[in-house]
Design a protein. Structure first.
Lengths: 87, 315
């Protein structure tokens, strides 16, 4: 009897169910990012993926920090609504 | 701060974008509100999901970019190809060819080639050109070329003087002496029977002993029967000429073409002709004796002689 057959697999890349789930989430993220307005997407990616401060984002885009914050708020709302089923 | 305001600021809180006072108020509310704590957990969850799944940029992009940059820098810093040997040779004389000087040299070379080619073509067209190499010999081959002189030049060499006829268009009157001479030459020397027929036809409308001699030459020596017939037409204007009669007599006795012989006897002894001279009678007698097998010629001669009441016993 191979006892390793009863040991749960911890690696995500070899679990078919997790692989499928990951693929669906990735597709969903790309879809939602595509649905954002150009400014919302820029602000969101600059904040979330590049870690820029809202003040720096506003200066880069030529807007106020408050305008950048409102833009980020709209983007996070759309992301939250779209990814709520996956979390 | 109520629950709605807290949940609105959750993302800003997670991003660390709240000021100190707003952050203190939000954390105070979170400590007492289970619903907002759940909302914060969900907010953290989808943030984490975004961080784990968003992979627009390939992981090996940085290494690939660095590798491409390194290869590009290596290519640019590679040593330039060595100069051509002829450039080094020219450099030993202190001459450094630049781009414009090379262009000037190439243009000069092309001008020289064009000049030399023109001279070569011009010298080939002149009669008496002294060049006789193999390439030139091939260039002068043709029906318009004729070897005028040959001299031995060494064990395997030979020196040829080639005449080459240049084609040229000449327009003018038939009465012009030059054109008349060209027609006379064409009637004798042209290799094309059509040219000889046309020449004789034009000459038939001309007078002069040179024209008569050319026609006589044609009926005696031309290999084409059409040319001889055309020349006989022209000789009808010289019936009393002794040379013409001799030529007609020659034709009647030697020409292989029956049509030419018939035309000759018609010319020599036309029907209904009166005033037959004794010389003509003797000629006809000689023809009858010389061509016993030609029925038409024999009959025509007999007809003419009968008009002279010549005794048939004589034949």
């Amino acid at each position: 009897v191979d006892r390793f057959q009863f040991v749960p697999e911890q690696r995500a890349d070899v679990d078919p169910q997790r692989q499928l789930m990951s693929a669906e989430v990735n597709t969903r993220i790309q879809q939602v990012l595509g649905e954002l307005t150009p400014r919302e997407r820029v602000v969101f990616e600059m904040r979330h993926y590049q870690g820029m401060r809202l003040r720096a984002i506003g200066e880069s885009l030529g807007v106020t920090e408050e305008a950048a914050k409102n833009c980020l708020f709209r983007a996070t709302q759309k992301m939250r609504a779209a990814l709520g089923d996956f979390v | 701060m109520n629950c709605h305001a807290v949940q609105t600021e959750l993302s800003a809180y997670l991003y660390g974008e709240l000021d100190f006072a707003s952050e203190e108020a939000l954390e105070t509310h979170l400590a007492d509100c289970a619903f907002c704590q759940l909302a914060l957990a969900r907010e953290k969850a989808w943030h984490t999901t975004l961080n784990s799944e968003y992979r627009d940029v390939p992981l090996d992009l940085l290494s690939t970019a660095r590798q491409n940059l390194r290869s590009s820098l290596t290519g640019e810093s590679a040593p330039k190809p060595a100069r051509a040997p002829w450039r080094n040779w020219m450099g030993t004389f202190g001459f450094s060819p630049t781009r414009w000087s090379l262009q000037v040299a190439a243009a000069s070379f092309l001008v020289f080639v064009g000049f030399a080619g023109a001279r070569l073509i011009d010298s080939n067209s002149l009669p008496g050109a002294s060049e006789a190499n193999g390439t030139l010999a091939a260039s002068v081959l043709g029906s318009s070329s004729r070897v005028r002189d040959i001299q031995s030049n060494g064990p395997n060499g030979v020196r040829l003087i080639v005449e080459q006829i240049r084609e040229q268009e000449v327009n003018g009157s038939v009465e012009d002496d030059a054109i008349r001479q060209l027609l006379l030459n064409a009637s004798r020397e042209s290799n094309d029977p059509g040219i000889r027929v046309d020449s004789v036809e034009i000459l038939n409308s001309q007078n002069g002993s040179d024209v008569r001699d050319a026609l006589l030459y044609s009926i005696r020596h031309d290999a084409n029967a059409a040319v001889r017939l055309k020349a006989l037409e022209g000789l009808s204007r010289f019936p009393a000429d002794r040379n013409t009669r001799d030529a007609l007599k020659f034709v009647l006795q030697h020409d292989a073409n029956p049509g030419v012989r018939s035309a000759a006897i018609d010319l020599l002894a036309p029907s209904g002709r009166t005033g037959i001279t004794p010389d003509l009678a003797n000629t006809l007698v000689e023809i009858m004796r010389g061509s016993p097998d030609d029925d038409y010629v024999h009959a025509r001669c007999f007809e003419v002689l009968r008009t002279l009441n010549t005794s048939l016993d004589a034949y």
